[in-house]
Design a protein around this ligand. Structure first.
Ligand code: KG4
Ligand code: ZN
Length: 337
């Protein structure tokens, strides 16, 4: 079964053809990242306009690269939530028009579910497993009970891990996205140079809180400026990254132990982080747990992960009508459309 996946939740316009949820036939991505860099973050209107310009060409290229026409496609899967609403609407409306015109079923896909599905593209992992989903907008520890049944066990109370890295990177004067910049320069920094607190959420041992850490970075920078002291940004970045990764990994360990999981999966843009990947490898070696990491090219937003999840939603009977809408927020474990 061949699924066409369409993604436009943030600044990537992407489309892909994937067979049986696992075999990537094509994966085309156009990004407006360079334009957003000028503003230090994604500008929603620019993202929407670039999606509108690129989407037709990206979908065409995805079909051509897969050696397909719409006749070969069994269903059109599209990211409908969560994300930037104007950006999502471009993909959703394009997918609706395409599905309607070609008589193909339309399958709505939750963005975080598709991030998790990026693991299906390069490994044979199957639910049930425990997944740490870390992106620019979300930080969740999720029990993936089946391809379409999820339960959030831990989540952030404020900023997502990616958001905290991006904001900290910005206050350090690093190029957007801060997560990638911090990962790069941390390799030459001393991760023990600065001490950060490990924020805990009272009464919620599996939840995260990252907004205080971001304030700590700003305070360190202001204090050094006031004292006229030079700050070593590589050391600051490495120390901050170590702390964020430490928070993620220690909660992941707690949940896996308390709930008895021995199959761990990572997903989302931040799962590309080299320290997070190596710390999860150490953790899983220590406990003899199985670890699955998405391939780097599938960590960020892409159409293949949407087609992969779309396949599993479709075989589970999920189908939308032509009145499908887009939603800026929607919990992964209670999807409505
Ligand atoms: O999943 P994603 O592409 O988009 C959302 O759904 O949000 O995630 C984007 C986030 C950004 O915050 C970016 O800084 C972060 O992923 N990111 C990284 C790395 N690559 C991307 N964070 C840390 N290290 C990386 N190597
Ligand atoms: Zn994403």
């Amino acid at each position: 079964m061949k699924i066409l996946g369409i993604e436009s939740s943030c600044d990537e316009t992407a489309a892909a053809v994937v067979e049986d949820g696992r075999i990537v036939k094509s994966n085309i991505i156009a990004t407006s990242l360079d334009e957003h860099k000028l503003y230090g973050g994604v500008v929603p209107e620019i993202a929407s306009r670039r999606h509108a310009e690129s989407i037709s060409g990206v979908v065409k290229e995805a079909l051509e690269t897969a050696n397909c026409t719409m006749e070969d496609i069994d269903a059109v899967a599209v990211t409908f939530a969560p994300g930037l609403i104007g950006a999502l609407l471009v993909g959703v409306n394009f997918a609706k028009g395409l599905a309607e015109a070609t008589g193909k079923p339309l399958v709505p896909v939750h963005h975080l579910r598709s991030h998790i599905a990026s693991n299906y593209l390069t490994s044979d992992v199957e639910p049930p497993f425990l997944c740490l989903v870390v992106s620019g907008g979300h930080s969740h520890i999720v029990a993936v009970n089946s391809y379409t049944d999820y339960k959030i066990i831990g989540k952030t109370r404020d900023d997502a891990a990616g958001e905290a890295l991006d904001k900290a990177g910005r206050s350090m004067g690093l190029p957007y996205p801060g997560g990638i910049s911090i990962d790069k320069i941390s390799k030459d920094g001393n991760a023990d140079a600065f001490a950060f607190p490990h924020p805990r959420v009272d009464g919620a041992p599996y939840d995260f809180s990252f907004s205080g850490l971001k304030t700590s970075v700003i305070n360190i920078i202001h204090n050094s400026q006031q004292k006229g002291e030079e700050i070593n940004i590589k050391d600051l970045a490495a120390s901050f990254q170590k702390n964020v990764v430490g928070c993620l990994v220690s909660n992941l360990e707690k949940v896996a132990k308390d709930f008895g999981y021995n199959k761990i999966v990572l997903a989302g843009g931040v799962s590309a982080n080299s320290l997070l990947r190596s710390e999860c490898e150490k953790l899983c070696q220590k406990h003899k747990w199985q670890l699955f990491l998405p391939e780097l090219k599938y960590c960020g937003d892409n159409g293949a992960m949407v087609a992969a999840q779309g396949y599993y939603e479709f075989v589970a009977g999920v189908k939308a009508d032509a009145d499908l809408n887009a939603y800026a927020t929607m919990p992964i474990d209670n999807v409505n459309f």
